[in-house]
Design a protein around this ligand. Sequence first.
Ligand SMILES: Cc1cc2nc3c(=O)[nH]c(=O)nc-3n(C[C@H](O)[C@H](O)[C@H](O)COP(=O)(O)OP(=O)(O)OC[C@H]3O[C@@H](n4cnc5c(N)ncnc54)[C@H](O)[C@@H]3O)c2cc1C
Length: 494
Amino acid sequence: MAHIGIIGAGISGLTLALLLREKGHTVRVLEVSDQPGGAIRTTRDRDGWMAEWGPNTIIESSGRIKRLVSMLDLEGRRRYPDISAKKRYIVRDGRMVAVPGSLRELIRTPLLSRSAKLSILREPFRQRYRPVPSSQQTAPPHHSHSDSGTSFHTNDESLAGFVRRRLGEEFLKWPIDALVGGIYAGDPERLSVKHAFPRLALLEEQHGSLILGQIKGGVRRPPESDEIPRNKAEIFSFDDGLQVLPEAISARLGDAVILNSRVAGIEMGRTEAPGSESIANSRWRITFTDPQEPPLTFDSVIYAGTSQGLKSIKMPGPLSETVTPVADILHPPVVSLTLGFHRRDIGHPLDGFGVLVPGIEGFPILGTLFTSTLFPNRAPDEDHVTLTTYLGGTRQPEIAEKSEEEQVKLVLESLRNLLGLRGEPLYRHRILWARAIPQYETGFARYLTLMDRAEHEHPGFYMAGNYRTGISVGDTINAAFDLAERIDQDLIGS
Ligand SMILES: Cc1cc2nc3c(=O)[nH]c(=O)nc-3n(C[C@H](O)[C@H](O)[C@H](O)COP(=O)(O)OP(=O)(O)OC[C@H]3O[C@@H](n4cnc5c(N)ncnc54)[C@H](O)[C@@H]3O)c2cc1C
């Protein structure tokens, strides 16, 4: 049994703590803020409105996510969206168009032109990606991205390059740009297909075609994998919002979660302290910014804080040199604005998940979720609705910096155009994430190498979080299961 210190009570740190405790270890989770959950946070208003600060949904992308929910006895509180919320809209020529769900709908959809549809049909016949031989690689002078879509970090193709090559420019400019704005608040020209959308890259690698790969059952997985294919994976939340999940984990962990506690330093090695056996026998020591908070000692330390936070934590020289550059991963700012309205003031039936807006359409928003259609309890009653709109991202970071009043004005204008909104909002909740979502850009492998190296060269030190193993809540939960297993094995071996 080992004593493990975990820095950060986001979903990564909390899930790790729960799983490691299940394996018989003792844990302490050290969190700077006054609430567990990190980016997962819900505001429940007394008048019956509810707003999420960060994520609104979790994709049930593995059996382990189901297991976590059942370990916490939360099945009765989990909510899957109604079938009516399955429809997704994308803006084309200023209007909302439903994303086709079948071949018949694809043939008829005004989302893509005739030539774009024909280009999709030709996809199976296009050649696989051919890596540029290292002898032919040239570095652009100031930027790591070339017009062709293949970056200087050769063989790390951009998502835009990949989609242009396989499906054509129009598919990139509408559906893909919209999707990337909705998931990463990012730019397909800058994201790496291999790192940001690994399943797409694998479909091409394994089957030579996205369409044929999909027909043949998608990406091949190892037999022991409990992954649920994306087209079958459900999304969910909870009756009282997503924060139910971190709250439940935190309640299970009890006083092992220490809030309002900012870690200032991580020290390594045997630190002798007169009269303290535990310090003399431990390898890792954590100090806090508050001098009143005594240092804690551990057999292992997991850094599950934000990547930016790595800059402000004092670490031994070689460890610091290795991990500090990870703080440079781009995280564009994003504003999440939830507005509440009378249902009668919206001209659209809100019969879907929401609407995504491609950059080429020139709107000042990334997209809007029909949050009260998705889940119950988001608005006071049937006569009211909530809509959550995202602004900013890599596409328009300057909009995230505008004042709240200006942002509300921009959102209302967009909603008037898209949804036939007539009235004024009855409820408003806004949050600015100055560093919202890590961008897995071309060249991202260098950060992964640094994190691997930090762990390899400093046994007992681990890193977890959305800047390493995937940006979604589901990714971070899956990664926590993997890491808890690895740490347990390392401890048995040591
Ligand atoms: C606006 C927005 C919308 C999103 N939408 C979705 C969505 O719909 N679906 C989805 O799956 N994902 C979504 N995501 C992504 C998802 O929420 C995150 O990737 C995930 O919650 C990250 O969890 P984490 O534990 O890795 O990191 P975090 O949640 O960032 O947790 C890190 C924790 O470490 C703490 N910390 C940092 N430094 C220190 C220190 N020195 N000492 C102590 N504590 C420290 C922080 O306070 C924080 O609590 C969204 C994110 C944002 C911002």
